[in-house]
Design a protein around this ligand. Structure first.
Ligand code: TRP
Length: 447
């Protein structure tokens, strides 16, 4: 069995060089391994928690998808989709919310940080805290558990979220699994090898520090202009440089083979001017990015192509999530379309010839009217009733049908169909081909 690797990318910003080296490049590499099934998705429900600007959410989604595709992600191999195209995610999120202790969520770092800030500002503890922020880890657990991911590659700041996902999964398994595990317990994957790039000022490259080097946006010029702004020490040309303590060198290392890196280091130690070193860094980065930049521009010019890819990804994902949520619905006590109407499902009588008893199932249809089905012992639908305005009327018909001999008295044949009426009103009709099965099923109920 292949290892299922899954990760989400929050769609609030434009990817920068740090995102590329720290997440995009290693994830794409991992997805090419033959023993890995990768699931990568655009976490736009998560984006809503941080960002209330629809234009930015929309733009970011296109930019991020274009970046991953341009960087070499193969949508045939990887299940690449948008979170909001998978309705099973919010549905599972609710099921999980109902088994998640509020106390567990109180301990989430992101929520606690918001509370601490509010306390420091002498405002209400929960000032500005939405339910989205508070329940963020439950949504993330739903993303992961819905696809039974084995490994979740994330940054260190997400470790706690993975622990919470495991806690929630365990609780759900315990409550509803009936001895079988419904969910796989996911493991966090922190890749020590992966480069955390420093930004222009030497701190971690991050939009919140405003120290990023652009990836594709603005083309090669924008990338070069940013590299020229990298902060260096005041050693002049000809003076030996301390490569190990220069973040310029750290950046170079992330884009060069070990031998090239060693050459670069030697050159710095022998007095290479910072200006020249920046040029060499640009050339290295550009050597890797230039071909991707063209593909990025092509995707950005045709966002409908991205849309097609994401839709195909959603179909692929839902082939797994739709049947799985069905199983979960059954586990928690739901069944599709079964809404109690009056006396809900009428309890079945004796087992039919096929073992399980036949039964009536009442439900409310799309127009809000009441209908019922007769389900045979093998689970097949034998008949579907007409629609009734109130559940009692449907209940009366169900009762009438169960009186011995009633079906015969109520039905007549017409054009290959059996029409069943009560008080001169048509209550249901079915093909003569299933008439025998209907009679048998009813007989099993009123015997
Ligand atoms: N919370 C993650 C982040 O900010 C993004 C994310 C959402 C995610 N859902 C996920 C990551 C599921 C891994 C798995 O980085």
């Amino acid at each position: 069995m292949n290892t299922r690797v899954l990760t989400g990318i929050t769609t609030t910003g434009t990817p920068h060089l740090g995102n590329y080296a720290g997440a995009i490049r290693p994830s794409i590499q991992a997805s090419t391994r033959p023993d890995v099934d990768a699931f990568y998705f655009m976490a736009d429900y998560h984006a809503l928690i941080k960002c209330e600007d629809p234009a930015r959410i929309a733009r970011s989604r296109v930019e991020i998808a274009a970046t991953w595709l341009a960087a070499g992600l193969d949508p045939e191999r990887v299940t690449f989709y948008r979170q909001s195209d998978i309705p099973e995610i919010p549905e599972l999120c609710w099921m999980l919310s109902c088994v998640t202790a509020k106390g567990l969520m109180n301990r989430a770092h992101a929520y606690k940080a918001a509370v601490d800030q509010n306390v420091a500002r002498h405002v209400d503890e929960d000032d500005g805290v939405t339910m989205g922020l508070f329940s963020y880890p439950v949504l993330m657990a739903a993303d992961i558990l819905l696809f039974n991911a084995d490994k979740v590659p994330v940054g260190r700041d997400q470790i706690q979220h993975l622990e919470m996902a495991r806690d929630i999964a365990q609780r759900f398994n315990h409550l509803y699994g009936q001895g079988q595990d419904l969910f796989v317990l996911p493991e966090v994957q922190i890749d020590e090898e992966v480069a955390t790039l420093p930004g222009l000022d030497g701190r971690k490259m991050s939009k919140s520090y405003d120290n990023t080097i652009p990836l594709f946006e603005g083309g090669a010029q924008a990338m070069r202009a940013a590299v020229m702004r990298i902060v260096t020490d005041s050693r002049g040309p000809g003076e030996p440089k301390d490569a190990e303590n220069s973040h310029l060198y750290t950046l170079y290392r992330a884009f060069a083979a070990p031998a090239e890196t060693a050459d670069f280091r030697r050159a710095l130690e022998e007095g290479l001017a910072w200006g020249e070193a920046k040029k060499r860094l640009c050339d290295r980065i550009d050597g890797e990015l230039a071909p991707m930049r063209d593909r990025y521009a092509e995707f950005m010019a045709r966002p409908e192509r991205i849309e097609d890819i994401l839709q195909a990804g959603a179909r692929k994902a839902r082939r797994l999530s739709a049947p799985f949520i069905e199983r979960l619905r059954v586990a928690v006590g739901f069944r599709r379309n079964v809404v109690a109407a009056g006396a809900a499902a009428v309890p079945a009588g004796d087992a039919g010839p096929k073992g399980k008893p036949a039964r009536f199932v009442s439900f409310r249809d799309e127009d809000g009217r009441f209908r019922f089905r007769l389900i045979g012992g093998d689970g097949a639908e034998l008949l579907l009733s007409e629609a009734f305005d109130d559940p009692k009327a449907a209940g009366t018909v169900i009762k009438a049908l169960q009186q011995p001999g009633a079906l015969q008295a109520m039905s007549r044949k017409e054009g290959g169909r059996v029409l069943v009426s009560l008080d001169e009103r048509l209550v249901c009709a079915y093909s003569v081909e299933v008439a025998g099965d209907v009679e048998q099923a009813l007989a099993s109920l009123n015997s």
